[in-house]
Ligand binder design. Sequence first.
Ligand SMILES: NC(=O)c1ccc[n+]([C@@H]2O[C@H](COP(=O)([O-])OP(=O)(O)OC[C@H]3O[C@@H](n4cnc5c(N)ncnc54)[C@H](OP(=O)(O)O)[C@@H]3O)[C@@H](O)[C@H]2O)c1
Length: 310
Amino acid sequence: MHQDFTLLWASLAGHKPERKLKGLVVWITGASSGIGEELAYQLAKCGSRLILSARREDELHRVKRHCLETSDLKDEDVLVLPLDLLERTSHEEKTKTVIRYFGHIDILINNGGRSQRSLFLETSVDVCQALMELNFLGTVSLTKQVLPRMTQRGRGSILTVSSLVGLAGAPLATGYSATKHALQGFFNSLRPELTDYPKILISMACPGPVQSQIISNVFTEELNKPVATVGSQEHKMPTNRCVHLMLVGIANGVKEMWIAQQPFLLFYYAWQYAPTFAWFITDLLGRKRVQNFKAGVDADSAYFTKPKTS
Ligand SMILES: NC(=O)c1ccc[n+]([C@@H]2O[C@H](COP(=O)([O-])OP(=O)(O)OC[C@H]3O[C@@H](n4cnc5c(N)ncnc54)[C@H](OP(=O)(O)O)[C@@H]3O)[C@@H](O)[C@H]2O)c1
């Protein structure tokens, strides 16, 4: 039985997130938009106490206000803690601040990160380095501070938001895909180092395309060059569906979650069980994706018969 079946079974017959996550202290990075923002709203409704982190403090306060308006949480149950994943020297002090405030951390959700839209031949290696610094080393650095707090207590969960491209490959995302593969390798190796701590869960969420601000914020060929075409979000999984499945997964101890709509979910199966076929089909769709990108239309229109141009 593979991970999306595990997730399906858990969502039908497993623990309900609102029962398992009530009262737990959950630290979310990348909480100022997209998946992280929605995680905050759904966890608030579950009754989890929250630490909201990202760089934009005003956005975090907006998310906090919405959490308080739509749940039974009180002001003191949600801590806004601005954090830059790139400022690794700050992570120890940020973790101490959380411990001083809540006493412990039950769940760390490593969600903050950025993606990429550019061809490797045209992309500066500085972009690959920046992606690795943020998505991989930023995540590893925060985990390095939080994990000892969990081993001391003998319990806790670390959920890291990887991606479909943490398991497979996709053109226009060479550096980004490398960071997510790196995270997969890191956490899959960390998990068996923790067998003395059976109540510590190391979990990976691997979403396919999800509605968020991710394309507006992507890295391109050069650092600080904005993306030309953002494109439609219509074909992507709604953010609330993706987050609901993540919470079902964490409430039920799922170690790897494949979260995507078709046809994307088929890619996980192809890459896992029939890689030669997967390379063929990825070349086929990838060629169209690159052609669209070069023509200046939305690269994702490769998946559809009618190109999406807005
Ligand atoms: N959307 C998708 O299709 C998709 C699919 C698979 C995986 N993912 C993953 O899901 C996660 C969330 O992305 P999203 O789709 O929700 O995109 P998003 O809407 O752009 O959100 C990204 C979040 O990361 C934060 N962030 C960026 N740079 C940061 C830094 N230096 N330090 C701290 N926080 C930083 C942003 O906040 P600030 O700008 O305020 O710092 C923002 O809250 C990412 O890890 C992404 O790789 C997304």
